[in-house]
Design a protein around this ligand. Sequence first.
Ligand SMILES: *Cc1c(COP(=O)(O)O)cnc(C)c1O
Length: 470
Amino acid sequence: MTHPPIAYTSTRGRIRGQGFEDVLLAGLAADGGLFVPEAWPSLGIDALRALDGVPYADTAAAVMAPFTAGCFDEAELRDMARDAYAGFAHPATAPLKQLDHDTWLMELFHGPTLAFKDFALQLLGRMFDRVLERRGERITIVGATSGDTGSAAIHATRGRDNVRIAILHPHGRTSEVQRRQMTCVADANVLNVAVKGDFDDCQALVKALFVDEPFRDSMRLAAINSINWARVMAQAAYYVHAALRLGGLERPVSFAVPTGNFGDVYAGHVASRLGLPLGRLLVATNRNDILARFLDDGVYAARRVDPTMSPSMDIQVASNFERLLFETGGCDGDATAAMMQGFKENRRLAVEGEALRRIQSAFVGAAVDEDETARTIRDAYARMGELLDPHTAVGVAAASRRRADLPGPVVCLATAHPAKFPDAVKKAAGVAPPRPVRLDAMLEGDERMVVLDNDLDALKALLIERLGTP
Ligand SMILES: *Cc1c(COP(=O)(O)O)cnc(C)c1O
């Protein structure tokens, strides 16, 4: 199917009429906003019905094609998606497993780094490479990580011709598994920097690189951050795929989504805007519950981040949430900009009336504390022999508590493999999760990283020396 090209606008309204290619490479809009489609494309019920029984990669290509028109057509997307998902360890890519008579687990952890972020990043690495090849350009991706995102980005870009990547992590402060997932990579286009400092120091260094315009331009710096539209779009595919498997065109299907930055659950909303009839989206948070509180009373108020056993959901501010605010506020960029400015000043914003009711009809929230998470891991193992990672357990616990608010069968997203969090799982379930062979293989070999003082000039010199200018 061919689709007309669509234009993207920033949620802050100052940047409009961008094509998919601009949005892919820019990540964040220059006015500080996030990109969203100016008008939502629709797949239509017949096109969705035609995807019933279609393999995952081909479904993904059909779901993404309306959003990439003008840059990639469906055939190109199919090539990239088949190639990306061929590297997943399960032939179904995103298999569904039945938990009880009407609850399902969607396993999103069969990618190279055992977490759902591989779904989007494996594809993004290929999209970047293709676009840059066409333009005859090369870029340098720089990012800071406290663990998981860095390894997913490295495994998405290793060995690619037109992309070099440097990932900063706090020296000695990530787990051994997390570190080795990043450092046991031999490709010359990958540089790991262990900064003598904490995660905030790493992030400050990356920010300083990006605001140094001459350096940024000469190195062609780019980011693969969690607000890139292409990541959200790529994740919409598994909502469509799962719903079709469960008869989602004849009855509503709901999803329980372990949530941090609101990217994954917003992808479910994108699937719904595309035409998929959805039940409800359950926003499951750990005790960092800003979104669950918002969905109860419309007040979005930041507190201190509280560390939990589901660290990828330990957030204070959910960056993708701005996309929903923009949409429910009538797609008014100035109003969204003012709202976000108010939030920056007061750490608080509020949505009321009809706008809040619309949000609450599509989303419901639940916060799950550490005890309930551990209990859920233990129960799932005792009752079904199923080992859940702590993030997944938050979603399963929330789904069981809010079952009455979730029409139809419920699909709980399993966002990470339990072997990524062996200590928490063993403590809760009493047994350690078996380590998949591919994880062992990934952690073998020599580590490659440079330990560096928390020093911007030293970092710049290192990047030039190791990666060169484009
Ligand atoms: C990133 C992550 C999440 C949260 O996803 P968001 O898109 O930030 O809401 C949940 N679980 C795991 C394992 C993750 O890595």
